[in-house]
Design a protein around this ligand. Structure first.
Ligand code: IFM
Length: 480
């Protein structure tokens, strides 16, 4: 549960905040959001190609067909990263680019793209962190049933093995899945993400098969990687706050914590689904899709846990005159919170980003210290953190983004407090290196430290990129 005790509050500091030596200062992207080249090299459509090409699904009809043309500009983009002092790059591999049918042979041309990228990163002294799945399921596998179908987990493990065989000699940090909560519940319950299905039970099945895919994928990685290969998963656990301490509001907090976080950390870290989650969803399913031995597979020992954090979630028990449901993931007609029908979501007062998400770094502290307590000794990475703002170049062509600098500052200070309180935090990955395709919001939300003119593809580092470069170079976060 969220820790809102006195130790969670910011402590005044006047000296720069120094991070441990070897701390990774990274930036992150994902394949569909940046690559473009959608129809090149034998790549087939993913669920996001299909979804974004369906009228009405993505704001402005935007697609990732061209995105920010990263695939054609890998060399230029890596050189820019190096100039900005980034010491690690988290990218994802597009499954349909390397294995177009999702379960057939690999395409060498697809694997070569990532080999070139990794070699370029290593030549510039930038450590690659490879994410195997950042939401772009090959469409052919969705047509065969998608994540609600159990076989998808096995096909994912085969794909993981293929990529590990190809790149395991040069990549040592591996993430199986990015934010499986979004894949399961935004993809199959609220339908605001691809594949756009609105089937609550399918979402629960998907969540389990994503967990299973992680476990089987981790086994495949271990079999193919040298001993120094590290296997993790990137979750987006919620820092859930109850609006009041009433038993009803605390129960709403418990439900959302189970559905957002413990549905993954339960099996991953403890080898079991939480009893309260099973009870909350009992009217929907008996969970018989969880088979013998699945939980042992999922509990495969992790080398590290990746945490993606943007904003806390504030909930209460719903009342008849409760405000409309707000969950920070777009205007869904159906709720992603399967089985939690009596929960209301609230916008706390205070500043917000362009996504409408509140700015509150204490949630990051809460999560890092929570997992430090829950899984003592497990190294942690912040694999995503950042903010969207309405950045625009000024008359000189410069892009000043003081709000993003303030956001990053506050969150790095929170990460530093967690380190001081014992969390074994090894690195931080800013989301995102480049402005990019923000899923159902298309190109309307800019998360990048580097501004991209989407018409010309010209890159302009924002003030925050220069600020972050100084942090990476000095290993210190300056005073505000
Ligand atoms: O852009 C996304 C990313 O793909 C996954 N995590 C959250 C980011 C901002 O919404």
């Amino acid at each position: 549960m969220a820790d809102t005790g006195p130790e969670a509050r910011p402590r005044p500091h006047s000296r720069p905040l120094r991070f441990p030596s070897g701390f990774l200062w990274g930036a992150a992207t994902s394949a569909y959001q940046v690559e473009g080249a959608a129809d090149e090299g034998g790549r087939t459509p993913s669920i996001w190609d299909t979804f974004s090409r369906t009228p009405g699904k993505v704001l402005g009809g935007d697609t990732g067909d061209v995105a920010v043309d990263h695939l054609h500009r890998l060399h230029e983009d890596v050189a820019l990263m190096a100039r900005l002092g980034v010491t690690a790059y988290r990218f994802s591999v597009s499954w349909p680019r390397v294995q177009p049918t999702g379960r057939g042979p690999a395409v060498q041309q697809g694997l070569d793209v990532y080999r070139r990228l990794v070699d370029d990163l290593l030549d510039h002294g930038i450590r690659p962190l490879l994410t195997l799945y950042h939401w772009d399921l090959p469409q052919e596998l969705e047509d065969a049933g998608g994540w609600p179908r159990r076989d998808t987990a096995r096909w994912f493990a085969d794909y993981a093995g293929i990529v590990a065989e190809a790149l395991g000699d040069r990549v040592d940090l591996w993430t199986t899945l990015n934010e499986p909560w979004c894949s399961a519940f935004l993809g199959y319950a609220s339908g605001v993400h691809a594949p756009g299905r609105t089937e609550p039970v399918a979402a629960l099945r998907a969540a389990h098969h994503l967990n299973l895919a992680h476990g089987l994928g981790a086994q495949a990685l271990r079999a193919a990687l040298p001993a120094r290969g590290q296997v993790m998963i990137s979750l987006n656990p919620s820092a859930v706050r109850a609006r009041t301490r009433s038993p009803q509001d605390l129960d709403a907090q418990r439900q959302v914590d189970a559905l957002s976080t413990r549905i993954f950390t339960g099996p991953l870290l403890h080898g079991a689904y939480p009893a309260d989650l099973l009870a909350d969803t009992a009217s929907l399913t008996d969970w018989s899709f969880v088979r013998d031995h699945d939980l042992a597979v999922i509990k495969h020992p992790l080398d590290a846990l990746g945490i993606n954090y943007y904003a806390p979630t504030v909930v209460s028990a719903a009342t008849d005159n409760a405000p409309p449901r707000q969950d920070g993931h777009g205007a869904a007609e159906r709720s992603p919170w399967v089985g939690a029908d009596r929960v209301a979501f609230h916008q706390p007062p205070g500043s917000r980003t362009e996504m409408g998400w509140s700015v509150d770094a204490s949630g990051l502290y809460d999560l890092l210290t929570r997992f430090h307590r829950e899984a003592p000794g497990l190294p942690l990475y912040v694999t995503e953190n950042g903010a969207a703002y309405d950045d625009r170049p000024n008359a000189e062509g410069d892009v000043h983004d003081p709000d993003r600098i303030a956001y990053l500052h506050a969150h790095l200070a929170a990460a530093h407090r967690a380190l001081q309180d014992g969390a074994d935090l090894r690195g931080y990955f800013l989301w995102s290196f480049l402005d990019n395709f923000e899923w159902a919001y298309g190109y309307s939300k800019r998360f990048g430290a580097v501004y991209v003119d989407f018409a010309t593809q010209r890159r302009t580092p924002k003030s925050s990129a220069h600020w972050y470069a100084r942090v990476a170079r000095t290993n210190e976060v300056p005073e505000p």
